[in-house]
Design a protein around this ligand. Sequence first.
Ligand SMILES: NC(=O)c1ccc[n+]([C@@H]2O[C@H](COP(=O)([O-])OP(=O)(O)OC[C@H]3O[C@@H](n4cnc5c(N)ncnc54)[C@H](OP(=O)(O)O)[C@@H]3O)[C@@H](O)[C@H]2O)c1
Length: 297
Amino acid sequence: MGKQLKSLILAGTAVTTGIYLWKHLQEKPDENGRTFLQQYGPWAIVTGAARAEGLGYGFARQLAGRHVNLVLVDILADELQARADELARDYHVRVRPVVLDLGRTDFLPELTAVTDGLEVGLLVCNHMFTPKETPTILDMDLATHHAMLDINARAYTTLVHVYGRQMVAQGHGGILLVSSQGGLHGTPYTGAYSANKAFQLMLGESLWYELRQSNVDVLVLTPGLTRTQGDALDNYPAFMLMDVEPVVREALANLGRQHLVIPGPVNKLFYFATTHLMSRQKALITTGDLMAQGLNK
Ligand SMILES: NC(=O)c1ccc[n+]([C@@H]2O[C@H](COP(=O)([O-])OP(=O)(O)OC[C@H]3O[C@@H](n4cnc5c(N)ncnc54)[C@H](OP(=O)(O)O)[C@@H]3O)[C@@H](O)[C@H]2O)c1
């Protein structure tokens, strides 16, 4: 093969590869002409992102895959550092891990010290605390009730308030609150959790309306049973369980499009049945019976 032909083939291959990479690295703009990175980047905060199996890390992975830099917050120091290292290595994004107890009423300055000067385009409030033993409302001690309110309600409000204001001022952004199907109606045996999740849902829905004209998108995600807890969900019917990746994908795909995502067909069907095919009391009893089965009560 002549030297000229070889150079021509090499140049052709380089140009074709360049065009392919350019096309695939470009985010498609949405119907308003915004790319994901323009609207929700260059930095996102994800809380509760330390556990490898968790939804928070699922969000972090998919956001890193879209070239968004990450501030990861969690109470679990070693796990958080491990997740941050994995993301920086695998996705070549910048990652700042922040080990923080979000139940502390004075946590904010330690977080803003890390985020000051960053353009935060997305806040994913995902952390939560609930006791593994799932006591009934009256069997759970009052200190635990109050700790749950601090972590699951107070901290959500603080984060939404601070970063929501920042996003409105900068003219773009998104806030994603990870509530739960347990927040859509009373959920016996995880009653305090259910109440915390209802708080997050109401906060997010109201905020969505209030920020509609501000170019800050708000979305509440209400996952059903999701495989994040090892074998803890083994007593529930298997068809009700979802994997992390599709839950996260459906949520991110609906940012700026919906105000509420109930992920997956089974969760949607369950919601439809409990809101349209039975009375609220019957729905409560059905949910309670399901929880009793799942939690061995
Ligand atoms: N998995 C499901 O079936 C399901 C269903 C519906 C909704 N959700 C929601 O999805 C979100 C993620 O849940 P997940 O199942 O993925 O559980 P997860 O991995 O345990 O996520 C929660 C994370 O928050 C951390 N955390 C707890 N207290 C904290 C505090 N005071 N400060 C900072 N971080 C704290 C947890 O650490 P520790 O492990 O030390 O507590 C954990 O790393 C939660 O909001 C949950 O309510 C999950």
